[in-house]
Design a protein around this ligand. Sequence first.
Ligand SMILES: [Zn+2]
Length: 114
Amino acid sequence: MKTVAVRKRLEAACAELDRSIAVLRSEQPVSRADFPQDEVDAGTSLAEGDRAEAVLASAMSQRTEILAALNRIQDGSYGTCADCGRPIPEGRLEARPEAARCVACQSKRDRLRR
Ligand SMILES: [Zn+2]
């Protein structure tokens, strides 16, 4: 596992998320304040605000996953499934470098969450 390259990828992804989070945070109050009186427009901007909030929430949780992956690189547990302890296939880490679990364990978790 070439963790140096992975770390660079994760750090770049994290920096990008930081930028989008900053943009989302700065845009949100503006879009809500744009149409304070008109009820139709207020409804529209509220829906947009909710969508922006959902995007923001997913960006923040992705950022948390990336930071956790960087921590795992540091303590040497990167590339090992957090649930079953087996190595995560490199192809999966290639597609999702922040993955903490193998596909089987992750889909088990996803099923539990729903
Ligand atoms: Zn697993």
